[in-house]
Design a protein around this ligand. Structure first.
Ligand SMILES: Cc1cc2nc3c(=O)[nH]c(=O)nc-3n(C[C@H](O)[C@H](O)[C@H](O)COP(=O)(O)O)c2cc1C
Length: 177
């Protein structure tokens, strides 16, 4: 069974990762979730664990040795998918910052990586975000581009998380290669 590491950061779209997990599990993949600590304000680890059927890791500093399981995960993962990816996590990835589990996973996996950004249209339009995305693309990292629409705050424009069917299809493309 192929393993996917799903990284979830603290976008309001984090709840959509729950449907993605269900799709992957139904598709016969094993899903292992790592979240930023901030993401846990927006989505419950119990929900993610129940849907994925696997423990969810959010901290590097647990004294529970079983938490170290995430390190073995990296060695045989077929895909590291980050959905949704905040402006913050994209900035950290592009600058080699490794101050939590999602960013250390980013630096240490040796499988393909796909990033699906989600943020307010003004944030997505900011040159800092564009520069970071350009850097990551230059390194060969694939993006599932965000969609047009109305953000939760009411702003209109590009920045909504791509349709999860599109993210799923992009992941399958890599997984079935
Ligand atoms: C309710 C809420 C929704 C948010 N949604 C987004 C979002 O969609 N995209 C984004 O880049 N930041 C969003 N933020 C801001 C991030 O949570 C914030 O930048 C945070 O520091 C990112 O942390 P992380 O990347 O470690 O998860 C949101 C914040 C709140 C309170």
């Amino acid at each position: 069974m192929k393993k996917i590491i799903l990284g979830i950061s603290s976008s309001i779209a984090a709840y959509k990762a729950c449907d993605l997990i269900r799709m992957f599990v139904k598709g016969g993949y094993s899903v292992h979730v790592v979240t930023t600590e901030n993401a846990l304000h927006l989505v419950s680890p119990l929900t993610l664990e129940t849907l994925s059927g696997n423990p969810v890791y959010s901290t590097q500093y647990s004294r529970d040795r079983r938490e170290m399981g995430h390190i073995e995960l990296k060695s045989d993962a077929s895909l590291f998918l980050v959905a949704p990816a905040t402006a913050n996590i994209i900035g950290k990835f592009a600058n080699g910052i490794a101050d939590d589990l999602v960013t250390t996973t980013f630096l240490s996996v040796d499988c393909p990586i796909i990033i699906a950004p989600a943020m307010n249209p003004n944030m997505y339009a900011h040159p800092a975000v564009h520069r970071n995305i350009r850097t990551l693309k230059y390194w060969g990292i694939e993006f599932v581009e965000p969609a047009m629409g109305e953000a939760v705050c009411g702003d209109e424009g590009l920045g909504k998380l791509a349709d999860i069917n599109e993210i799923y299809a992009a992941a399958l493309n890599v997984l079935e290669e």
